[in-house]
Design a protein. Structure first.
Length: 298
C-alpha cells in the first residue's frame, strides 16, 4: 500500500511516497520537471523485491521550494539526511536524468549507497559550455529562463506547452495551424483543471508524461541548468571518481554519447552498462525491461 509523507529537519523538507515491507530499500530520484509520481507505473512491480521510497526533489512536488538550494549539493545532503533518519540502512539508489546527478553525488559522499543505478544520466554534457548544446538547455531550461523574464503569462505549464521544441517535429506547412489548435485545447483544459496534470486530445501519451508534476515545478530549478549553477562548481569527474559502490548505467538511445559513457566507465570503479532500445525515459517507455534489470541486482 502506497503512503505519502513529509520529512522535515533543520531547513530540510522532502515529500516522499513509500511502499513498506521488509525488503531491500530502494530510493528513487526523479528527473527535472516531473516529480516522484513519475515512477508510479513501476512502483507496484518493484515493491515485490524492494521497500520503495520515491522522493520529490527540491523545487518539485511538495518538497522545499527555495531557489537558493536548487543544486546537487544541497539536494544531495538533504537526501543523505533522509536516508540516515528515515530509511536507517544502506540503500539501492536510482536516479533518472538530473536525478542521476544527485544520486551520483550522494554515492560519492556516503557509504549509505549499496548499489547505484543511473538512468540515462547526462554526465559532462549538462555542465559548462557543453550544456548549451544539450536538449535540456535548448528546451526546458531556456523556456524556464524566458518564462522568468516575462510578465504576460503566469501559467508555466501552458507556457512550456506553447514553446516546447516538440513543435519543430511537425511539418512546416501545417505546423502553425496544428499548434494554434493544440494550444487552444491545452488552454481550455488548464482553465478547467488548473491543478491536474495536462491532458490534450491527440497529443502523444508518452509526450504528456513530461507534464507529470509540472504543476508544482519551480522554473527557477530550470534556471540553474541555464546558468550552470546546479552543479555548484563540482566537476562531474570529481563525483564519479569517488563512487565506490556497485553501479549500473542504464543507457538509452538518447542523452549521453558513447564517448561520455566511456569516460564514466573509466572513472567509476565498478560499473556495468545496460542498454535499452528507447528514448530518455526508460522506466516509462520500457517498464518491463526496466523492472527486469532491477530484479537481477544482487
Amino acid at each position: 500500500m502506497i503512503s505519502k509523507h513529509i520529512y522535515k529537519k533543520q531547513g530540510i523538507k522532502l515529500n516522499y511516497f513509500e511502499i513498506r515491507n521488509n525488503l531491500q530499500p530502494l530510493v528513487l530520484i526523479h528527473a527535472q520537471g516531473v516529480d516522484a509520481v513519475s515512477f508510479e507505473n513501476v512502483w507496484g512491480h518493484l515493491s515485490k523485491q524492494y521497500h520503495i521510497y520515491s522522493v520529490d526533489c527540491y523545487g518539485h512536488g511538495e518538497s522545499l521550494h527555495n531557489a537558493t538550494q536548487y543544486n546537487v549539493e544541497d539536494i544531495g545532503k538533504a537526501i543523505i539526511c533522509f536516508i540516515e533518519d528515515v530509511v536507517k540502512e544502506k540503500v539501492y539508489l536510482l536516479g533518472h536524468s538530473s536525478g542521476g546527478l544527485i544520486a551520483a553525488y550522494i554515492a560519492s559522499k556516503t557509504e549509505l549507497c549499496k548499489y547505484l543505478i543511473l538512468e540515462d544520466t547526462p554526465f559532462f554534457s549538462s555542465q559548462g559550455e557543453r550544456r548549451k548544446g544539450s536538449f535540456n538547455y535548448i528546451d526546458l531550461s531556456t523556456i524556464c529562463h524566458n518564462f522568468i523574464n516575462q510578465s504576460e503569462s503566469k501559467d508555466f505549464v501552458l507556457y512550456y506547452f506553447s514553446n516546447q521544441c516538440a513543435w519543430n517535429l511537425f511539418p512546416e506547412r501545417s505546423k502553425e495551424k496544428i499548434k494554434e489548435k493544440m494550444i487552444a485545447m491545452a488552454s481550455k483544459y488548464r482553465n478547467k483543471h488548473p491543478d491536474r496534470n495536462l491532458k490534450v486530445l491527440f497529443w502523444p501519451k508518452a509526450a504528456l508524461s513530461a507534464f507529470q508534476g509540472m504543476n508544482k515545478y519551480d522554473p527557477m530549478f530550470g534556471e540553474t541548468f541555464y546558468n550552470d549553477s546546479f552543479h555548484n562548481g563540482i566537476p562531474h569527474e570529481d563525483i564519479l571518481k569517488n563512487i565506490k559502490c556497485k553501479t549500473i548505467f542504464m543507457k538509452a538511445q538518447t542523452n549521453i554519447s558513447e564517448d561520455d559513457l566511456k569516460r564514466v566507465s573509466e572513472l567509476v570503479a565498478d560499473l556495468q552498462i545496460v542498454r535499452f532500445d528507447c528514448g530518455h525515459g526508460i522506466h516509462m517507455e520500457k517498464p518491463k525491461e526496466f523492472i527486469e534489470c532491477l530484479s537481477k541486482l544482487g
